[in-house]
Design a protein around this ligand. Structure first.
Ligand SMILES: [Zn+2]
Length: 296
């Protein structure tokens, strides 16, 4: 037998034995398949259970995003990026608000409105009609407001908005329709901040119901104060756009403050939506730094 033939012989034998072996395995596998499969699975599960029981720390040592990210993280993390990306200066009112690109896709983008003055143009003449339609007869003073509980509801600071503690020349009473609107605006603002990954802030209400005494006092001090102000009807309130209350857990670390223009962008989206739903008239008041809102 020469050398190549010898090799061929071995190879041929090898093939034969392999085929016999494979056929044997296949034949037996067919019968044992189910038992074997179940046995293997059971064995693997049992082995893993034993490993875990012997070494409980093994689960913690595995990298898991949920363990490394704190509860506050999803809300706070992108802010450093937002602050770094966004222009510091306040946008000019009649120019489109330019927004940075490339935000985290996990959060809804902040778009603001093209122009505050164009988006919130409802002047006194428009608002006074709704104020007279839905409002109460003028209120003499605070005591009379208390007595007219069937017409007016007291609004105090709550989880959805704050009443400016320094509020002067007005008292915190609204007709129920306007109170509901204010509540919804505060809640929608918090919702929007959350889905946009911005730390939570509450809006601040700076002016609500002006009594006859307030109006008289304002007229004495400032001849321009409008006697026909919508604020006399309990239908109208002002929301600051340059001041907000940062929401922090009691006793917890102070949340990082957010630039007020970022918050104004988000607030303007919320207000545009309720206005487009036909729920209110809104004027962007540049001098007073507020949105002047009358329910309709
Ligand atoms: Zn106002």
């Amino acid at each position: 037998m020469d050398f190549p033939l010898f090799l061929l012989q071995i190879y041929s034998n090898y093939l034969n034995y392999s085929t016999i072996l494979l056929n044997f395995v296949r034949e037996n596998m067919r019968r044992l398949k189910k038992k074997l499969y179940l046995g293997l699975c059971g064995g693997v599960v049992a082995a893993l259970a034993v490993v875990r029981a012997l070494n409980p720390g093994i689960m913690r040592s595995m990298p898991d995003e949920r363990d490394t990210v704190g509860v506050e993280e999803p809300v706070v993390a992108p802010i450093a990026k937002l602050a770094a990306d966004r222009p510091v200066s306040m946008p000019k009112d009649d120019r489109p608000v330019s927004m940075p690109k490339g935000e985290s896709p996990r959060y809804h983008p902040i778009r603001s409105v093209p122009s505050y003055n164009a988006a919130f143009p409802d002047v006194q003449d428009v608002q006074i009609v709704a104020a007279m339609k839905w409002g109460v007869r003028p209120v003499k003073n605070r005591r009379q407001a208390e007595e007219r509980k069937s017409e007016l509801v007291y609004i105090g600071s709550n989880p959805f908005y704050d009443i400016d503690p320094a509020m002067q020349s007005s008292i915190p009473y609204l007709v129920p329709r306007a109170s509901d609107l204010l509540y919804d605006i505060g809640r929608n603002f918090l919702d929007s901040l959350y889905v946009k990954g911005v730390p939570l802030h509450k809006i601040i209400v700076s002016s609500v119901l002006r009594t006859e005494d307030d109006v008289a006092r304002l007229l004495r001090r400032n001849g321009n104060a409008s006697e026909q102000s919508c604020h006399r009807f309990g239908t109208t309130f002002d929301i600051c756009y340059n001041r907000y209350t940062t929401v922090s857990a009691p006793g917890g670390p102070q949340r990082r403050a957010v630039q007020n223009d970022t918050l104004k962008w988000v607030l303007s989206e919320v207000l545009r939506d309720v206005r487009q739903e036909g729920r209110c008239y809104i004027k962007h008041e540049v001098k007073q730094g507020c949105f002047h809102i009358t329910v309709r």
